[in-house]
Design a protein around this ligand. Structure first.
Ligand SMILES: Cc1cc2nc3c(=O)[nH]c(=O)nc-3n(C[C@H](O)[C@H](O)[C@H](O)COP(=O)(O)OP(=O)(O)OC[C@H]3O[C@@H](n4cnc5c(N)ncnc54)[C@H](O)[C@@H]3O)c2cc1C
Length: 385
């Protein structure tokens, strides 16, 4: 029978980062099990690749304070590219409530040590991007070290480096059951046979609840469809632009190749494993786009290039990270609620610390425990795009 010191279910960016951090910490006997024939077919390959530290809760900010410098030095550290582009995130407030919210977040971000964030005036925004309709913009916040990465490349970099240091990746292999005894996890059933292990990490992305259910745990992680619309080449908006967020509608966009990538959180979307792109979304998003940026009337879009993927949502929009109290040896790294790429480096470090020593200095991880829901300790993150 195959044995491994640590088994990770899921070879997306989160499982790959955990494998990397474990092997860096000296734990070589790591097996990653991925049911698809290739990595990246889950949420990671569908992501917009945005990375930001402009959050509203200290723990989300702290996760970014580890992760963004990590991405900035990814190529040197790992010898693989992550394509980090520090073009920033610009939040544009259109009412006093938004402005007060950005101010309060800014205060927390500065107190926690974020250096490159600043509040900016409406005039500055107009000066930076005269293409925006700014009659209702009251001000905003901008952080120059926020930006974008290539999630697929980062995932491959993490896994390749982990494999160089001893980790094994099984593709085209599904975990079908979790075995336990009185002391906790003893192994997993897979489509390649039984694997014995005392340490199992659930990194199954939107399918996390299915994997947790194999151990009898009811994990509150729900899949929620998100759609992205790339445009054809467009040169009437600078390609050096940051991610720009119109807080009046939630519409946001960033440069992508010779065009733009458009995103909007449709409030009518309902949870479920829906991964087909809905053509009617294009008209909705282009209406928001042209409303905020009048030259976007001239955008052209090929619906065949648009796509949909799944966010893994938790009730308070924070991940669930840590060991299951009822199932010793089962660790969660789930429910990133739209932030799994930007928080993958921190998650890898935290989970590796917990698996190997039972504790971490990076954050107060008790805030992210599964038990917070039963104990009424939810910590709502509201800066979710
Ligand atoms: C449209 C869209 C835009 C996004 N934009 C951003 C963004 O700008 N910034 C950001 O940080 N995040 C963003 N996200 C979220 C981010 O993509 C996810 O949080 C992140 O990719 C989660 O990574 P993961 O490794 O946990 O999950 P996944 O990439 O889904 O990987 C999980 C893997 O587990 C495998 N698996 C599942 N069950 C089993 C099983 N039983 N046995 C074996 N393998 C199994 C799956 O095949 C899959 O490959 C976006 C997501 C979407 C959909």
């Amino acid at each position: 029978m195959k044995t491994a010191e640590v088994v990770i279910v899921g070879g997306g960016i989160v499982g790959s980062s955990i494998a990397y951090h474990l092997t860096e910490a000296g734990c070589k006997d790591v097996l990653v099990i991925e049911r698809e024939t290739a990595q990246g077919k889950g949420s990671t390959g569908k992501s917009m690749g945005g990375v930001r530290a402009q959050f509203s809760t200290p723990i989300s900010i702290q996760m970014s304070l580890y992760s963004i410098p990590f991405y900035a030095s990814f190529d040197q550290r790992l010898g693989f590219p992550a394509d980090y582009r520090p073009q920033g995130y610009l939040f544009c407030a259109t009412n006093d409530r938004h402005l007060a919210y950005l101010r309060a977040n800014y205060q927390k971000q500065i107190e926690l040590g974020l250096k490159n964030v600043r509040l900016i005036t409406a005039d500055e925004i107009r000066g930076m991007f005269p293409q925006l309709r700014a009659d209702d913009i009251l001000g905003g916040s901008f952080c120059s070290t926020d930006g974008f990465v290539d999630p697929y490349s980062a995932m491959i970099g993490f896994m390749s480096r982990a494999a160089d240091h001893g980790a094994t990746l099984w593709k085209h292999t599904a975990v079908t059951d979790i075995q336990r005894d009185a002391l906790g996890v003893t192994g997993v059933e897979t489509t390649r046979g039984l694997v014995a292990t005392r340490k199992l990490v659930n990194a199954a992305g939107p399918w996390a609840a299915e994997v947790a259910a194999m151990a009898g745990v009811d994990l509150p992680v729900q899949p929620l469809r998100r759609m992205l619309v790339p445009t054809e080449p467009f040169d009437e908006f600078p390609h050096t632009a940051p991610m720009i967020i119109d807080m009046s509608t939630g519409f946001h966009f960033r440069p992508e190749a010779l065009g733009l990538l458009l995103a909007w959180n449709d409030p009518e979307e309902t949870p479920g494993f829906k991964t087909e792109f809905e053509p009617g979304f294009i008209e909705k998003i282009l209406t928001h786009a042209a409303d905020r940026v009048p030259v976007f009337e001239n955008l052209s879009v090929n619906p065949k290039r648009a796509w949909a993927g799944l966010y893994e949502m938790t009730p308070d929009h924070h991940p669930i990270i840590g060991e299951a109290s009822d199932v010793p040896g089962l660790f969660f790294a789930n429910g990133f609620s739209g932030h799994g790429v930007m928080h993958a480096p921190a998650t890898g470090k935290i989970v590796s610390d917990l698996v190997l020593s039972g504790r971490t200095d990076l954050v107060d991880v008790s805030l992210l425990s599964f038990n917070r829901f039963a104990e009424g300790r939810m910590i709502e993150e509201t800066a979710v795009l």
